[in-house]
Design a protein around this ligand. Structure first.
Ligand code: PMT
Length: 398
């Protein structure tokens, strides 16, 4: 493994104790590591711990003439091949998003052109707070920024949920694989979000899909080096860095856009969208007036995009999703066979905590001859695990 220069930023949180092990593992991988701590971090771990592990003095002040005389903050920002903030507190993410430069770590992040990886760690309620999620959305749009984690589980405060920092070994593994581009040369076509089927110019039939699952997959595939076409129904999400988004409204538009992208050298098709199964036969040209007590809208079946791609003479490797409320595995297996798919990702959407319009998901991936379970985790993290699982089957396919 090539030796890199890694600047580890430690912010204030109980997970800071895990960063000592992280720094040790990065050193073992042969990387040169410099640690920068915030004031809050020093309340949890002493700088001496990191100094002993890295053999270099810890930097913690922007206004320390002695330290700045050695390697100033701009030199530090230039020195790093990767800035890894672990743990990244809610406060630090907010300040990074706001472009603050009121301490050494935030200033470095503004000054560096190196990639910045954030390993969030915070209480589960702080993580799911709308302001934290808004900061995360903005940060995730930035191609320079990568978000690793968090994981779900028991928290130091006694809560259970999403917000645990990834384990040191997992973060070290991410660093080891960071410069690899295993999907380079591949074209992934991914659908995301709902479709809207017009009733009249102001009303439509749709569903609760937010697009988060499909967008997370698109970002993960692009980060791994793939060319990604994301065919998206109407959602409020920003375009992930490095992704080519094609925006559509209806299932028929999605069908056309998917087939055009697949024809343009699509190697893999992942259908994470919640496509409306039916559309209105004859949408009204003008707003329907509420004159009648009852009304009937006649619907007709939409084309099945996933089946139609799998039925092409030379189909791409095809992965479907199955959103089910009962007999999840049974119905998912049925779709796998009936739609002639390579894999299907089954989610139990009867569980209100996961699936539609949630930041987390838990799925079972099923293929002919095997299956793999993924416990509840952030969709961003799950997407990376799904990518690995999909690639393993893709490479194993004759
Ligand atoms: O968007 P989020 O809020 O993040 O939520 C994610 C999700 C729950 C929407 C996602 O994980 C998911 O399960 N997507 C598929 C939802 C769905 O519509 O499943 P389905 O069982 O109705 O369809 C099976 C598969 O066929 C899906 O891959 C679907 O994209 C595809 N399909 C369905 C109908 C149709 N006309 N064309 C299709 O391609």
């Amino acid at each position: 493994m090539a030796s890199r220069q890694i600047l580890v930023g430690v912010t204030g949180g109980i997970a800071a104790y895990k960063s000592a092990e992280l720094v040790r593992l990065l050193g073992k991988q042969g990387h040169r590591v410099i640690v920068v701590m915030t004031e809050g971090a020093k309340a949890f771990v002493t700088p001496l711990t990191f100094q002993a592990l890295t053999g270099s003095p810890v930097r913690d002040s922007l206004l320390d003439p002695e330290a700045e005389a050695g390697m100033g903050h701009i030199e530090l920002a230039r020195w790093a091949d990767l800035v890894l903030i672990a743990p990244a507190s809610a406060d630090f993410m907010a300040r990074l998003n706001a472009g603050m430069a009121d301490d050494l770590l935030s200033t470095l992040c503004l000054a560096t052109t190196a990639p910045i990886a954030l390993a969030p760690a915070m209480n589960q309620a702080m993580w799911s707070n709308a302001r934290t999620q808004a900061n995360l959305d903005r940060l995730s749009q930035d191609a320079q920024i990568h978000v690793w984690g968090p994981a779900a589980g028991d928290q130091a405060c006694g809560d259970v949920g999403l917000g645990r920092m990834l384990e040191a070994a997992e973060l070290a593994e991410r660093v080891a694989g960071f410069w690899e581009r295993p999907l380079a040369g591949m074209h992934w076509v991914i659908t995301a979000g709902p479709t809207r089927e017009s009733i009249d110019p102001v009303r439509y039939i749709s569903n609760h899909s937010s697009g988060k699952m499909g967008y997370a997959l698109a970002r993960a595939a692009a980060d791994a080096g793939a060319r990604v076409t994301l065919v998206s129904g109407p959602v409020g999400l920003p375009v992930p860095a490095g992704v080519d988004r094609v925006s559509v409204e209806s299932a028929e538009q999605m069908y056309e856009a998917v087939h055009a992208a697949v024809a343009d050298g699509g190697d893999l098709f992942v259908a994470a969208a919640a496509v409306a199964d039916y559309r209105v036969i004859d949408p009204a040209a003008q707003k329907i007036k509420k004159s009648r007590d009852r009304m009937t809208i006649e619907l007709t079946r939409n084309p099945d995009i996933l089946s139609s791609v799998a039925a092409l003479p030379s189909p791409p490797f095809t992965v479907g999703f199955a959103a089910e409320t009962h007999d999840v595995e049974h119905y998912a297996r049925d779709k796998l066979t009936r739609k002639k798919l390579d894999m299907i990702v089954a989610n139990d959407v009867s569980d209100q905590r996961i699936g539609f319009n949630s930041d987390v998901n838990a799925v079972t991936v099923i293929w002919d001859g095997g299956q793999q379970q993924f416990p509840m985790s952030a969709k961003t993290q799950l997407a990376e695990q799904l990518l690995e699982s999909i690639m393993a089957r893709y490479q194993a396919k004759p």
